[in-house]
Design a protein around this ligand. Sequence first.
Ligand code: ZN
Length: 324
Amino acid sequence: MKREDIIKGKENNFMEKYTHFPEGKYITVAVLRETKSECIFRTEGSGEGLNKERVPLGMESKTNDFRAIISKRKQCAVERRTGREYLRLNDLLFTTKDKSICALNKNTPCGKCLDCMTNGFAVGDGGAQKSRMIYDNAYSILPFNMVTGTKTFNALYDNGTMRDEKGNASSSINQDEYIKPGTVFIDMITFKDVTFIEFIYGISNILRSKRYGAISSRIGKMNNVILKVAFSDCELFSNLELTQSVYDKLGAASEIEFPLEISKVKEYAKKSFDNLKKCIFGSITELNDEELNNLLEYIKSAYQEDGEEKAADLYREQSMQYGK
Ligand SMILES: [Zn+2]
């Protein structure tokens, strides 16, 4: 499949090429994120517990309770890393002013690679690009208490026991809260004024990211499923509203239990999206199921050896277009 087939009739929703001037072309991607192992999402180094926020559980049901959160920072950091790995592998990260290769969390982004241009960068001497992939905190559908557990573990001594060589008992007992496998989060990522290739890059990074914990840990496995792709001339509703609406539907069907049935969640999320969309003062079009499926197949083949249009070639083409 070729890109012309993927964007047929949708060309106007993408920028033909990158420009500084916003045109208000929004693409919203609704994502279902399901944990596949124990996960710990917290603000690193803060010494605090898991990220959570007290919110109304539904739009109809006004009960307030805590929900677990995957912060926008976490999502963005993980997904950028995935994208950058691929760019690095294909020599598509460029050198910075101090002659090193473009890297995250350093003060010298190259400012000309696909990732800098899509996810944004800022350098000391005033060069900057706003991120054109807008993330928001993702909320668990179920309340915090239903999706988390606590583990107590004792720190062992080198000899593998709870006592040191003098026979003193270990006093370091740690307690850790974790998010259970099978927890579902509803999320939306908004692209603004992107080209088709920039869009493919961003959405590929969501699909190809599988681990949201510390790199060295065995926890943090996650599966991301794209539920909807919608084009609009303004921003849509919030993650929280979509999550609340799904919660209401589960409640109405007496299906609030852990773990949730994924097929039901998908169905309710799509319905909720359609309902909330009706309240937006803007023009919205969506990919239908077949078009979405074609897009996903196109992306899959782009990362395969025998793909007709290879991701690396697309990304090289886009990098050249920045003309830097
Ligand atoms: Zn860069």
